[in-house]
Design a protein around this ligand. Structure first.
Ligand code: PEP
Ligand code: MN
Length: 310
């Protein structure tokens, strides 16, 4: 890995401690650093500069690029619902539509998503409406077929440590949003990202979505401190999901602003044309008008932060 002042050679895939003496005797070796972190590819040691993920000519996530907003319903519920949302968001200028087709629900009696049919709709939306689409994959066997019909993949909190799934998304070329597990440490989260990079896919976007604590007045506890922390530890972009982090519609906008203020590269917000009747996560979803207002102000603050280099 060539750098400005030195060339670093990273040795990966080894178990345990390595004897450095054979390397120390080689000519041209200036320093030997033992990297004990379980995430060598994800860490900044061998990759100091920020990873920037290009979504399209206007949209890049990471580094010094403007805050990217991803919005859409928790789940695709009908053709009418997802097309209406997609058209609305496209008109506003939102670059990426989210929509779950394969839904990981706590209860097997809850709506499980439109699955294949939902994926077909996303594929149609991206070509007809011209908005990028992201959706969750839950099982390794669906990954390659879903990957060919959407722009970006999401690995949800419940699957953050599904290592076969991580390897499989690592074999695709799609950018992957990797959500932090419900009770996962930062080290575990970054080690999961390492699985994806190790298969060759370097386009990973980390997403903080709140963690489980003793607190029950919000759905999860928003751990915003990880945004500046993770930006120090890794070169990968990091975004925030204020919808799942709070579970409450009224808290989504202020927490999106907070995430932007602490340096998130993006925010992902759940939006539904009729939240009262949503089949999942209605209580944390903004309706279209609420989103429009929030969107304008989120962009305004992000622009102010950027302009003033705050
Ligand atoms: C989602 O994005 O709809 C979702 C299920 O999120 P999480 O995996 O963070 O719970
Ligand atoms: Mn949801």
């Amino acid at each position: 890995m060539p750098g400005a002042e030195r060339t670093a050679i990273g040795i990966i895939g080894n178990q345990g401690w390595i004897d450095e003496s054979p390397f120390a005797a080689l000519r041209g070796i200036r320093e030997i650093i033992h990297v004990t972190k379980p995430y060598k590819l994800v860490g900044r040691d061998f990759h100091p500069s920020d990873t920037v993920i290009k979504i399209d000519d206007k949209t890049k996530i990471g580094g010094k690029n403007p805050l990217v907003i991803i919005a859409g319903p928790c789940a695709i519920e009908s053709r009418e619902q997802i097309f209406k949302t997609a058209r609305y968001l496209k008109r506003l200028g939102v670059p990426i539509l989210r929509g779950g087709a394969f839904k990981p629900r706590t209860s097997p009696h809850s709506f499980q998503g439109m699955r294949e049919e939902g994926i077909e709709m996303l594929d149609e939306i991206r070509s007809k409406i011209g908005i990028k689409v992201v959706t969750e994959v839950m099982s390794p066997e669906y990954v390659s077929s879903v990957a060919s019909r959407v722009d970006m993949l999401q690995v949800g909190a419940r699957n953050m440590q599904n290592y076969d799934l991580l390897r499989e998304v690592g074999r695709t070329k799609n950018p992957v949003i990797l959500k932090r597990g419900l009770s996962s440490t930062v080290e575990e989260w970054l080690a999961s990202a390492e699985y994806i990079l190790l298969e060759g896919n370097r386009k990973v976007i980390l997403c903080e979505r709140g963690i489980r604590t003793f607190e029950t007045s919000t759905r999860n506890t928003a751990d915003l401190s990880v945004i500046p922390l993770v930006k120090k530890l890794t070169h990968l972009p990091v975004i925030f999901d204020p919808s799942h982090a709070t579970g409450k519609r009224d808290l989504v906008y202020p927490m999106a602003q907070a995430a932007s203020a602490v340096g998130a590269h993006g925010v992902m917000i759940e939006v539904h044309p009729d939240p009262e009747h949503a089949l999942s996560d209605g209580s944390q979803s903004l309706d279209l008008k609420e989103f429009r207002k929030a969107y304008a102000r989120i962009l305004q603050l992000a622009g102010f932060i950027k302009k003033n280099r705050l």
